[in-house]
Design a protein around this ligand. Structure first.
Ligand SMILES: Cc1cc2nc3c(=O)[nH]c(=O)nc-3n(C[C@H](O)[C@H](O)[C@H](O)COP(=O)(O)OP(=O)(O)OC[C@H]3O[C@@H](n4cnc5c(N)ncnc54)[C@H](O)[C@@H]3O)c2cc1C
Length: 407
């Protein structure tokens, strides 16, 4: 089959990778260069064991503080947009223990499949992507937060997740010497030795280069504009470079998938959850910058070592498609880095600010396959929210399962 993949973010590229492996003829379309959307500057975590959704019963108690505190990592700017309101209602409806546990189960299984897919790709391509498998520590400031984490670890143990250990503040500092000092401000943490990190942009670039060399056609720098129909099917995608006909199409346009999905008659419950990152050159002195990935749960900020750089990412804003980078958000990330790892950077004044829109579904589970109302030969692979890098190779394999094998 000839399959046209719309979107050259990590999800579209992982999809193209799996479809090409299955013998399909593949074309990839993007308005920009591979990885220049949300996949470009994300938190870099291959977070296979930390998949608990944002939609959780604990949100109700945290909501006033999250919405009202000036330095809150969560921000809501209500829009005159019924799509935002519908998403918000569906999100709140998912904030209960039963739904969160079911989502966790689904995402753990998907993440395990994704790890297999990513590792197979890595073994074959050996991409230069600052990959590390140094494990992850999630820090909790309050005993109550640590207790809730203990329950989550227990739930995940029953679901067959990778080993995770509750650790004391002193053990956190022993596992990651750059935490010495900050460890006195925390109640403890969860350590997962098997977690990994990598530069998602570099993975995208390596995938695009390898696929291109293997005969996959890339139509880059040309936006998708619409679709031509043949009966109930899509016959061609209309792009700025002209129409591209194919047997089947994969919608992997990140947050833009919702708008195009609506055009095609499907409800695609994906809304942008805006976040920010900074990247700083590390101080190479021993114990200055972390090697273990660290999440400071109180600040909802993640820290990942990428070679001689440190990526710091966080925040979640429901503000629509707004690509601006307010100075105060970057200042907050710089302040968080100085608080947790005061010696990490040689120069905190050049933090490489970045913003991206997580394509989030209310429950936190991606949409993979056909959707009601949409043309039969259009499959979706979108809605990966905060876990797109982690889950991309898993949903790519799920999507490939839904198509007959290629020649
Ligand atoms: C601050 C932050 C931190 C994050 N940290 C992590 C993390 O640590 N681990 C993790 O697993 N995930 C993380 N994520 C989430 C992850 O980055 C996303 O889930 C993932 O990048 C989504 O990939 P995608 O391919 O669906 O979307 P994108 O990367 O946005 O790709 C969509 C592509 O579609 C293209 N496009 C859009 N409209 C059109 C059009 N009209 N025509 C043609 N092309 C179009 C865009 O140019 C883009 O290349 C983070 C996200 C943010 C914002």
């Amino acid at each position: 089959m000839h399959i046209c993949v719309l979107g050259a973010g990590i999800v579209g590229l992982a999809t193209a990778w799996e479809l090409h492996r299955q013998g399909h003829t593949v074309t990839v379309v993007d308005r920009a260069l591979p990885g220049s959307g949300t996949s470009g500057g994300n938190g870099a975590q291959l977070s296979y064991s930390y998949v608990a959704p944002l939609a959780d019963a604990s949100i109700w108690a945290q909501l006033p503080q999250l919405l009202l505190a000036a330095d809150s990592p969560l921000k809501l700017r209500p829009q005159l947009d019924p799509h935002q309101w519908r998403w918000g209602v569906e999100f709140l409806a998912a904030c209960n223990a039963g739904t969160a546990a079911a989502t966790t189960k689904r995402l753990l299984a998907l993440a395990a499949r994704s790890r297999d897919g990513f590792e197979a790709m890595r073994a074959e391509l050996r991409p230069d992507c600052d990959f590390s498998a140094t494990g992850k520590l999630v820090l909790y400031r309050s005993p109550a937060g640590l207790e809730a984490a203990r329950r989550q670890v227990e739930l995940q143990r029953t679901l067959g997740a990778a080993p995770q250990t509750i650790v004391t503040p002193e053990e956190c500092a022993a596992l990651e010497p750059a935490l010495a000092g900050y460890h006195r401000q925390i109640a403890g943490g969860v350590h997962t030795p098997s977690e990994c990190a990598a530069d998602c942009l570099k993975v995208c670039q390596a995938l695009a280069a390898a696929l291109s060399a293997r005969g996959v056609r890339f139509v880059l720098g040309h936006a998708v504009q619409g679709f031509d129909h043949r009966g109930r099917d899509v016959a061609a995608v209309q792009t700025e470079a002209g129409p591209i006909a194919a047997d089947a199409f994969v919608m992997a346009l990140g947050t833009a998938s919702a708008r195009f999905g609506r055009q095609l008659g499907a409800h695609v419950p994906v809304y942008p959850l805006k976040g920010y990152s900074i990247t700083v050159a590390v101080d190479p002195a021993p114990g200055a910058a972390p090697r273990v990935s660290v999440t400071d749960s109180a600040r909802k900020t993640v820290f990942a070592r990428l070679g001689d750089r440190l990526r710091v990412a966080g925040m979640a804003e429901l503000v629509g498609e707004d690509a601006r980078i307010p100075r105060d958000r970057i200042d907050t990330l710089v302040a968080a880095t100085k608080a947790v790892f005061p010696r990490a950077a040689r120069d905190f004044d050049v933090p490489e600010p970045w913003t991206g829109m997580r394509p989030a579904t209310p429950r936190g589970t991606p949409l993979v396959g056909a959707l009601p109302g949409a043309p039969r030969n259009l499959l979706f692979n979108t809605g990966h929210g905060a876990l797109g890098f982690t889950l991309a190779f898993g949903t790519a394999r799920e999507l490939a399962d839904r198509l007959p094998p290629g020649a």
